[in-house]
Write a protein that binds this ligand. Structure first.
Ligand code: ATP
Length: 326
């Protein structure tokens, strides 16, 4: 294997708070260890369309506190084709890039795995997504910030829910993973979380109603993970109208505000540690792994495991939400 001299870095897929802290950590750790760094704009789009620039330690000044990503991000259809990846590879080599650090979610790391296998390129991934839906890691960069944003929003919705004595469905993101809804419910004292992981096991809406959630309470907030197959919070409100018309349900979809904002200290620290670990990994000859965190320790997770949808919610917490909301 040829020695790595120049490392390219990109952010891809949905932006997540803490991506900038990760870019900073990757760039500065690489430069500290005598590697050159190139910033690739707009994810894989920048590789395909040759938007690549030299990075210095000053390129990442004053960004640790900023949400979003200074490298911009994009979804790039061309990279999902062999022709697109060939162009990306040619551009990467022409720019002198020997290895990549890819910061992104499930799709971005799937693209990284395919690219690495096709062209034998050392690639290390960082889990950059608010969804916390990757395998082999307890947390992803951006998840903690999004969770805090959700809790802040639910606290505000609680005021109006209580005043009007209403049932509120609050839809959160998650890309078919229930972590944001479940832990958001635990942290905000919501009455229930309705998550895709439980969908085939019970009728969660009927369970909520059958629990008699309105008997001793004059308001209820239910966190609902986005789920195209059930229509998410809107779908549940429709069902309430038809099946349980005695309840007056309202819907709030938090949407993209969950993606923004200054990263929490926890996300900045996670991104800094993971960013530095990506460079250590490349220097040690690791390739085609994502940096994960398990029980506080950084670990290497093969891309195949990170993207195989192995991440599971803690089912005990589903009962805990119910117990704590009696
Ligand atoms: P988030 O979890 O925030 O949505 P993501 O990384 O999962 O982020 P995607 O839109 O799924 O976001 O993927 C980002 C990009 O990764 C795609 O636009 C595409 O360029 C690349 N990609 C995804 N899947 C593949 C694939 N199977 N082959 C090659 N490239 C892919």
């Amino acid at each position: 294997m040829a020695a790595i001299k120049t490392i390219g870095i990109l952010t891809s897929g949905g932006d997540a708070p803490g991506m900038n802290a990760a870019i900073r950590a990757v760039t500065r750790t690489a430069i500290y260890n005598k590697f050159s760094v190139k910033g690739i704009k707009r994810g894989y789009y920048g590789l395909v369309y040759n938007e690549i620039e030299d990075f210095t330690s000053r390129s990442v000044s004053n960004i640790i506190q900023q949400g979003g990503t200074i490298l911009k991000t994009a979804r790039c259809k061309e990279f999902a084709t062999p022709e697109g990846r060939k162009t990306a590879y040619d551009n990467m080599r022409a720019a002198g890039i020997d290895a990549l650090v890819v910061i992104g979610g499930d799709g971005s790391l799937t693209g990284a795995r395919i690219f690495a296998e096709e062209y034998d390129i050392p690639i290390v991934g960082l889990p950059g997504t608010i969804d916390n839906d990757l395998g082999g890691t307890d947390s992803t960069i951006g998840y903690d910030t999004a969770l805090n944003t959700i809790v802040d929003a639910v606290d505000k919705i609680r005021d109006t829910a209580t005043s009007h004595e209403r049932l509120f469905f609050v839809e959160v993101m998650g890309h078919m993973a229930g972590d944001l809804a479940l832990n958001g419910a635990l942290a905000s004292g919501a009455e229930a979380a309705i998550i895709p992981e439980m969908e085939t096991q019970i009728d969660q809406l009927a369970d909520l109603v059958n629990r008699g959630f309105r008997k001793s309470k004059n308001s209820a907030i239910v966190l609902v993970a986005e789920n195209p197959s059930t229509g998410g919070a809107m779908g549940l409100a429709e069902r309430i109208k038809k099946e349980f018309p005695q309840y007056d349900a309202r819907v709030t979809i938090l949407g993209h505000l969950q993606r923004g904002g200054s990263p929490t200290a926890a996300d900045r620290i996670l991104a800094s540690r993971m960013g530095a670990a990506a460079i250590t990994a490349l220097g040690d000859g690791q390739r085609n792994v994502m940096i994960g965190v398990k029980n506080g320790e950084l670990v290497y997770v093969p891309f195949s495991k990170a993207t195989c949808h192995a991440h599971r919610v803690d089912y005990a917490d589903i009962d805990l939400v119910k117990i704590l909301s009696i």
